[in-house]
Write a protein that binds this ligand. Structure first.
Ligand code: FAD
Length: 435
């Protein structure tokens, strides 16, 4: 293939593919380059793909709600696909456990402001809807080797907040393939098993990339959508120093456990946000429950210096921590003999809010720092990035006059400056996966 792209996108995860689709629709000839063999094989493939709207900032919640409509409209949005079919949005509803944390009222205020459907559930309603749950408060979450972890809880939760519009995407990798095919249908190209080892510059702007086999591909635009490798690519481009908000790779585990016998979690379960217990969990195919970490302060963070060397096996300590926390919440859970789950990485920004931006190197753009919470937002992020790139390439200085992006479904205008690499740390952020 003789590639002469207008824009190279490093990465063919959900973010890189969404940007490709949106850029090709605007007439750009794109080339996604990925060192893995297929689209969505990186951290996207391990995503829990939860669709929820309780972000700590108004902009974050607005972006998440906008993306709900992309997922509802998925087939129409991406257009024709191949025999693998479409990823599905499982709209099972979302429940936030309440324990009188001040963030609960903050979420409700944001839901009201944005027009997101919600119901406030009493403890009795929660019990009715989730009969297998132990509805005591376990807060604050503790490590399992802390004796207090094993004490009988005494205080009940205060109820729940229910979002009927929440849910999850059943197959995040397939969703990414859908986006890749949509981009291809508009002329986008994809190069797999190809590693970018150099970001080249000339005449004061980016000029292309070099692959590990020495192949050089030129383009006036290069987008960093390299997920947990984003900081590596930023260093290749020499732009990291100029960023106030930086990114780093964080190792994560997500575990799978069978639902208690006699309870069909796939039919009767919701996606649960259980910050009180230090976890989140949702239905998983085969009447399983998928459990991940809500990033409680007591848990150590495993930052990864070299994302290519991350230890890929589920560890006893993290598995026990998450599964025992889930067993607190669901006492009938049978603890499996063998751990099962996935190991992956988040690409975490300084304040756990993504960077969707230009960089100090003209022509080099950033779609990074997705912090474990941007799968759901990928299509909207693709639209935002393509609008931003188009505006900057036409002469707008986004650092001085931030690009304003009209979102297609809700019609809301988002200030792309919210995601600037030059922002101060956003103190409203939860500084957790919640964003
Ligand atoms: C365990 C887990 C659970 C999550 N749960 C949720 C959730 O419930 N809801 C939600 O909204 N979000 C969730 N997320 C976050 C979401 O999945 C990510 O934000 C999103 O998938 C990131 O996509 P990406 O395209 O940026 O990264 P990736 O999918 O990692 O793609 C980056 C690609 O870049 C390629 N690459 C890197 N370096 C190079 C190079 N030098 N040359 C060529 N290619 C390169 C990689 O091979 C990779 O394929 C979760 C993430 C994880 C890890």
């Amino acid at each position: 293939m003789n590639h002469k792209p207008d824009a190279i996108i490093i990465g063919a995860g959900v973010i890189g593919c969404a940007i490709a689709f949106e850029l090709t629709k605007r007439g750009y000839k794109t080339l996604n380059i990925d060192k893995l063999p297929a689209a969505g094989f990186g951290s996207t493939s391990n995503s829990c793909a939860i669709v929820r709207f309780h972000y700590s900032t108004l902009d974050g919640a607005r972006m998440a709600f906008e993306n709900y409509f992309y997922w509802k409209d998925w087939q129409n949005y991406v257009g024709p696909v191949d025999e693998r079919g479409y990823a599905k949005f499982v709209a099972c509803g979302f429940v936030i456990f309440r324990n009188n944390d001040p963030s609960e009222q903050h979420f409700i205020n944001l839901f009201k402001q944005i027009g997101i459907d919600y119901e406030e559930w009493s403890l009795e309603t929660l019990r009715e809807k989730f009969p297998i749950g132990d509805l005591h408060s376990f807060s604050p979450p503790r490590p399992i080797d802390d004796e207090a972890f094993w004490q009988e809880p005494a205080t009940p939760l205060t109820g729940g907040i229910y979002n009927p519009q929440g849910g999850y995407i059943n197959d995040p990798q397939l969703a990414t393939t859908n986006l890749m095919l949509a981009a291809k249908a508009h002329g986008g190209e994809f190069l797999f098993n190809a590693e970018v080892v150099e970001v080249r510059q000339g005449n004061g702007r980016v000029s292309g990339i070099t692959l590990s086999d020495g192949t050089q591909i030129d383009a006036p635009i290069v987008v960093n959508a390299a997920g947990p490798h984003s900081f590596v690519i930023n260093r290749l481009a020499g732009v990291e120093e100029g960023m106030k908000i930086k990114t780093g790779a964080l190792r994560r585990e997500v575990h799978h456990v069978a639902s208690p016998k006699g309870f069909n979690f796939n039919e009767k379960g919701f996606v649960f946000s259980d910050a009180d217990g230090g976890i989140y969990f949702r239905p998983e195919t085969g009447n399983n429950i998928l459990v991940g970490s809500a990033d409680p302060a007591c848990d150590p963070k495993e930052w990864v210096a070299n994302p290519d060397e991350v230890q890929p096996h589920v560890t006893d300590q993290v598995w026990k921590t998450q599964v025992y926390r889930l067993a607190h919440r669901i006492p009938d859970l049978e603890i499996p003999q063998k751990p099962s789950g996935v190991v992956s990485m988040y690409d975490v920004s300084t304040d756990w809010i993504p960077i969707y931006d230009q960089s100090d190197l003209p022509g080099f753009y950033l779609a990074i720092g997705t912090s474990g919470n941007q799968f759901k937002n990928a299509p909207g992020a693709g639209h935002l990035m393509a609008t931003l790139i188009d505006a900057v390439e036409k002469g707008q200085d986004h650092d001085v006059a931030p690009v304003q992006v009209k979102m297609p479904y809700t019609g809301v205008v988002l200030n792309a400056g919210f995601y600037s690499r030059l922002r101060e740390v956003n103190e409203e952020s939860s500084h957790t996966v919640m964003g």
